[in-house]
Ligand binder design. Structure first.
Ligand code: ZN
Length: 450
């Protein structure tokens, strides 16, 4: 069995998985994946009848069959009729809180984190950043084991604990204590020093008053955060809600946004400032979009969703829509419309957009919602090719990881699809196989375990 699974699942894998889907290449040999349409992830047109050569987890050749020499002795995997794209890279998740219907910090265990990383991998998410809600060493231990090659699943990166005013960070009450609560510039700098000492991927800050219910992190506190983070060579990602905070944060030197403003459409000055300062933006549409429905939308019936989510959780998801009044849905629809228009403005202006689906928030299903995010990005007016770039090479570049692109030297993290997403972005859900670090994820065994 070549797939590198998480230990808890090895028994399942050994118990009876025949490895359906695409054929698996033997371990320790060079593999050539032939005949597929290749979407490389850089926004270029797809390569028809392409060849992808993988050796020891790395891509060693990629291109048209006529331009690639397959090494002698390579195991050939026929992917005719299929489409291959890079595995997704999501810069915004929150691992560890949900377990079945229960949403609580008590679920933040190694076992649950590994289960969620398998869920991401199952759906073709190769790398997930947990954004500011990971206390302690656990996420770093998992990251180190993955780097050592002893643990599979989607690659985890973490922003450790983010920064807000005391008890005013993440939305969910059970997450709140994970953030640093700061009240003075000194405390703000000290928090950044502590975050930097862990080797965190980013510094996350929450700049939001949650509808007036909590104190907002103000400029006198986030300015020293940004300065200290930059001294440590760390990028700062801000959760924002209000348009004017976004403008002030750009002026203060923030590196990225975890959301679009939700109170107003971005004005031209803000778009221009984002471009001028090269700020990256996660549209984070899929959570806000849910609010505009007063009855269950079509995706709650999708086979890919039903494969990983238990019936009681599905029932709660359905009820969340049914319990909403038409008036509330209309208000959410207006706010969402402004977000979608902001996204289109940013895309047209050439802003650095990157995938951030906020999965791991309650009932925002890890792995599935990344695909929903892609669909909404396209619905907002972005081309499928560009949307895939936003979900692969663009976030990989921001994070500084060697994946997200079908190119020589990159880690062989890719998804084999039964249909081409260029002809309909929801085809990213027609997953035939997922390869991470050159090894097939045993999707059948994972599915059996759910
Ligand atoms: Zn979040």
């Amino acid at each position: 069995m070549p797939h590198r699974s998480i230990p808890a699942l090895l028994l399942l894998a050994a118990a009876g998985c025949g490895g359906g889907g695409a054929p698996e290449a033997p371990v320790g040999t060079v593999a050539a994946y032939e005949g597929a349409t290749l979407i490389t992830g850089d926004g270029d047109p797809p390569i028809g009848g392409g060849v992808l050569v993988v050796d020891d987890g790395r891509i060693t050749a990629v291109g048209r069959a006529t331009n690639v020499t397959v090494p002698e002795g390579a195991a050939v995997v026929d992917l005719s009729g299929r489409t291959v794209m890079p595995a997704l890279v999501d810069l915004h998740g929150h691992v560890g809180f949900q377990e079945g219907l229960d949403y609580d910090y008590a679920n933040y265990t190694r076992e649950n984190l590994l289960d969620q990383l398998n869920r991401y991998a199952y759906h073709g998410v190769g790398t997930i950043v947990s954004l500011g809600t990971d206390p302690g060493d656990l996420a770093f231990e998992i990251q180190a084991e993955q780097e050592a090659g002893t643990l599979g699943g989607a690659r985890l990166r973490t922003a450790f604990r983010g920064i807000a005013r005391p008890d005013a960070g993440p939305g969910a009450a059970t997450m709140r204590p994970t953030a640093f609560g700061v009240s003075t510039p000194e405390e703000a700098r000290a928090a950044v020093d502590e975050i930097a000492a862990t080797g965190a991927a980013f510094v996350k800050i929450w700049v939001d008053d949650r509808g007036g219910s909590v104190e907002k992190l103000t400029a006198d506190l986030y300015e020293p955060v940004i300065a200290a983070a930059h001294e440590h060579g760390l990028q700062v990602i801000a959760h924002v809600y209000y348009h004017d905070d976004a403008q002030a944060l750009v002026e203060a030197g923030v590196d990225g946004f975890a959301h679009l403003p939700r109170d107003a459409e971005m004005d031209d000055a803000l778009v221009a400032a984002i471009i001028e300062n090269d700020v990256f933006v996660m549209p984070n549409l899929s959570i806000s979009e849910r609010g505009r429905h007063a009855e269950p939308p079509a995706w709650v019936q999708e086979p890919l969703l039903l494969e990983s989510v238990a019936d009681d959780v599905l029932a709660r998801i359905r009820a969340s829509f049914e319990n909403r009044t038409p008036e509330a849905a209309a208000r959410a629809g207006e706010s969402y419309g402004a977000m979608a228009r902001s996204l289109k403005k940013l895309a047209d202006a050439g802003a650095r957009l990157v995938l951030g689906a906020d999965t791991g928030v309650q009932d925002h299903v890890p792995g599935f919602m990344e695909h929903r995010e892609l669909e909404l990005i396209v619905e907002a007016g972005v081309s499928p090719a560009e949307a895939i770039r936003i979900a692969t090479s663009a976030p990989a570049e921001v994070l500084g990881v060697d994946s997200g692109l079908l190119a020589v030297g990159k880690r062989a993290d890719f998804v084999v699809l039964d249909a081409n997403p260029m002809y309909g972005i929801t085809n990213t859900r027609q997953i035939s196989a997922v390869y991470l670090n050159g090894e097939a994820v045993d999707r059948e065994a994972l599915r059996a375990g759910w």
